[in-house]
Design a protein around this ligand. Structure first.
Ligand code: DX5
Ligand code: ZN
Length: 220
């Protein structure tokens, strides 16, 4: 199992976004986490396809698009064209979860499925064999800089137990309120992909990324 850092550019300085991404790449972050908010599924609006298309070439990092969007099936092909490598949709936002996952995969991308803090691990179980990544939201989606919800740890453990029992090597990504101080708890619970926005881009990006990479190294 690979242990990966996915810096969330929601917290970055957009004036120098390409440069900020380069710093994270140089320091070892393999993914860029791209938070798309539609003002419907979540209250806020962030950015979409044109921004992804523009930053895609800035680094060779994997573009990890997290769609906090109602009925994301409408935009799968657009995100493929814009350069997404992984598309994660919310179980709560899809009229037909199976069809959405199928469409992501048939478009040639990895499929992720995300669950909000109020959605039980059990509800995601039947989709596990069909997805590449399960994204556990450890804050209520919609804004960066929130506090980690401690109950998320139990949910991560439950999901890792499920994937192990099914013989799957599904990635478990965790998103929201992750800092250097609590990253180990999340990894110990069974996650292997960590999203961090404020903890990477708040301050010295290179140093912050390197410190996360030091933590991840202990789990390889
Ligand atoms: C929240 C987003 C997160 C957010 C994380 O809805 O999905 O990716 O950017 O930000 P931090 O790490 O600051 O909690
Ligand atoms: Zn996210």
């Amino acid at each position: 199992m690979k242990y990966i850092l996915a810096p969330s550019i929601l917290a970055a300085d957009f004036r120098t976004l390409g440069k900020e991404m380069e710093l994270t790449e140089e320091a070892g972050a393999e993914y860029i986490h791209f938070d798309v908010m539609d003002g419907m599924f979540v209250p806020s609006i962030s950015f979409g396809m044109p921004v992804l298309q523009s930053i895609k070439g800035a680094t060779s990092q994997v573009m990890d698009a997290h769609l906090m969007v109602q009925e994301p099936i409408r935009y799968i092909e657009d995100f493929k064209r814009a350069g997404a490598d992984i598309v994660t949709v919310h179980l709560e936002a899809c009229g037909d979860v199976d069809a959405t996952i199928k469409k992501i995969r048939s478009s040639g991308m990895k499929a992720g499925l995300s669950i909000c803090p109020d959605t039980k691990a059990e509800e995601a179980k039947r989709y596990l064999p069909d997805i590449d990544m399960l994204l556990v939201m450890s804050v209520h989606p919609g804004f960066g800089g929130q506090k980690f919800i401690p109950e998320s740890l139990e949910k991560i453990r439950a999901l890792r137990t499920m994937t192990d029992a099914l013989g799957l090597d599904t990635d478990i990504e965790v998103d929201g309120g992750i800092y250097h101080s609590n990253a180990r708890e999340v990894l110990d619970a069974g996650a292997n992909v960590i999203v961090a926005g404020s903890a990477v881009f708040g301050g010295d990006t290179m140093k912050n990324t390197k410190e996360f990479m030091e933590i991840l190294k202990d789990y390889e």
